[in-house]
Unconditional design. Structure first.
Lengths: 333, 333
């Protein structure tokens, strides 16, 4: 069904479920490993999660794919960002040259990084006066995101870059989850208090204009191309039953319309890192997700997801490599 | 001065300080890297911390040494643990055979693991009736811990194993930092509510017997061999200006007597993971340390420190490998 021919096809996707037999087998193995039950905490949960989605009781990560999507945003015309829009393209060049944080963190974590710049010379429209994207533009970005997923990956980690996209994220979060506009607005890349107030006004105006729309139409009306591409990648991974590691606030907010359409669309997604953007904690809570790391970061690019991949590798290494009580000749076995 | 000839020599150690020029140079570099200032959060702090202790503006980890110390405890005679004491030796055999969690996590994090079993056939004495170790026994364990440190390591990560040592940790924490005995007692390895009440009683009794002693004498009176060895390793690393990553509750509590003697003794120490043992958060706060990870783990062995090594590697990779604004031709440069 992917590539989609209309946005509402998302609602009709066949959603593969985790393999409950593999989860049970992984849980049974965890209980036999040489450690007190539960003492590896989140690592045990992660091993079982990966077992379910990969459909094997000893999940593994031979191939980790990192995808970073970049886009430009018409909302920048409202003066919501202290940096010029051409920084998006310059940072894409930096990714390509290997000079950004995400390059270093992918190398350390053993992930293959691809950067997909989405029509940077054609920013979306200003969502305070019209929809940011037509349905066709949104679908195109969605399908390009979906097409980028390597069906042989064992995990896909997602990130983004786009000057102005913390304002886009606040608008998506506010439109899907309510609250006050200011609840979802943070400093982003270098905004001061005045800039944050301006962002909240812009978010309020955009959401007032588009809030009556259904969640997937909200993605088109308030989102950007990288947000649509992230949604596409999330669902293409789901179709192949590949688990996904989302990054921080921008990346999580990109999937808010999917959550609004059907929370189960995100069942295969982890969140790598709790952003310092104040809206992220509320977003994670609203989506019922617990980020793996909390290191005071707020860079985006997929950096939090790449760091969390190291924890995930540790979880699977313990699950696969530890001796059982019986093998070690210790008590409970 | 190490090996020490008496415990109180700790108070007379020459303490190398971090290289403030290297810290300043690292901070200046961080400000030029292609990211908003501060957006790598804790990673930036870690890079500067490592720069200071390694004395170079581009700190690195070519050699990570992991040391796990194991000991047995006379306090087990008081029935504070549901597992028999021979599990300590069986787990040491498991470490040696490569079957424990710490083996897998060291492999993932790129750390060389050494396991040092300290006279497992000679448990310390029961601290409710006498000192756990004579000064000579404590010194011997301290010096063996110090001798285990590789002076060429770029970081030393520390862990432990010892049935009964969560009770020992509660006693050390209570003796050094006060509060109520129950504040420092948790489930450890499998204690129920009744077991925890028993542990709190035993802690109260031991601390009442020995609390008038100076901090380093408290180490001998209430600690075990692995605790003394951890203190020795911490100070041998300090003498060589090698940063140290402590693990969780047991490992942190082992250093509480050093903090009691002089908090500056621990300036070169990070804490890898916030344990689920309830006393750990209070201990970290009392020592002014913020653990890097919080993943609901409570296994010990150095597992939290080994996982945090992955984050530290990420921090240094960003610091060393990222392009500056000038190199990337982006604005602020």
């Amino acid at each position: 069904m992917i590539p989609l021919t209309q946005l509402d096809d998302v609602l009709r996707l066949d959603l593969p479920q985790p393999d409950t037999d593999a989860i049970e087998a992984a849980r049974a193995r965890q209980a036999q490993l040489t450690k007190p039950p539960g003492s590896l905490g989140r690592l045990e949960e992660l091993a079982e999660f990966m077992a379910g989605w990969q459909g094997r009781d000893r999940p593994r990560i031979d191939r980790a794919q990192a995808l970073v999507f970049a886009g430009n945003h018409g909302i920048c015309a409202q003066g919501v960002n202290p940096f010029p829009q051409d920084v998006t393209g310059l940072m894409v060049a930096n990714f390509t040259a290997g000079g950004a944080a995400i390059n270093q963190l992918c190398r350390v974590a053993g992930a293959d990084l691809s950067v997909i710049a989405l029509d940077l010379d054609r920013p979306t429209a200003d969502f305070t006066t019209s929809v940011a994207m037509t349905d066709a533009e949104c679908l195109d970005a969605f399908n390009r995101g979906a097409a980028a997923v390597d069906r042989d990956a064992d995990i896909v980690i997602l990130g983004e870059m786009g000057i102005g996209n913390s304002t886009v994220s606040a608008a998506l979060s506010h439109a899907i989850f309510g609250g006050a506009p200011g609840d979802w607005v943070g400093r982003g890349t270098g905004s001061d208090a005045e800039g944050m107030a301006r962002k909240a006004e812009v978010v309020a105006k955009g959401v007032a204009l588009h809030a009556e729309r259904a969640p997937l139409q909200i993605l088109a009306a308030l989102g950007g191309r990288e947000q649509a591409a992230i949604c596409g990648a999330v669902l293409a991974a789901r179709a192949a039953r590949i688990p996904v590691m989302l990054d921080g606030y921008i990346c999580t907010a990109a999937t808010a319309p999917l959550h609004g359409a059907n929370p189960a669309l995100l069942d295969h997604c982890l969140i790598g890192h709790l952003s310092i953007e104040p809206g992220h904690a509320a977003l994670c809570e609203a989506m019922g997700k617990r980020p793996i790391l909390s290191l005071g970061m707020g860079l985006g690019e997929g950096t939090g997801a790449a760091l969390a991949l190291g924890v995930l590798r540790g979880a699977l290494a313990c699950h696969d490599g530890m001796a059982t009580f019986a093998e070690a000749g210790i008590g409970p076995g």
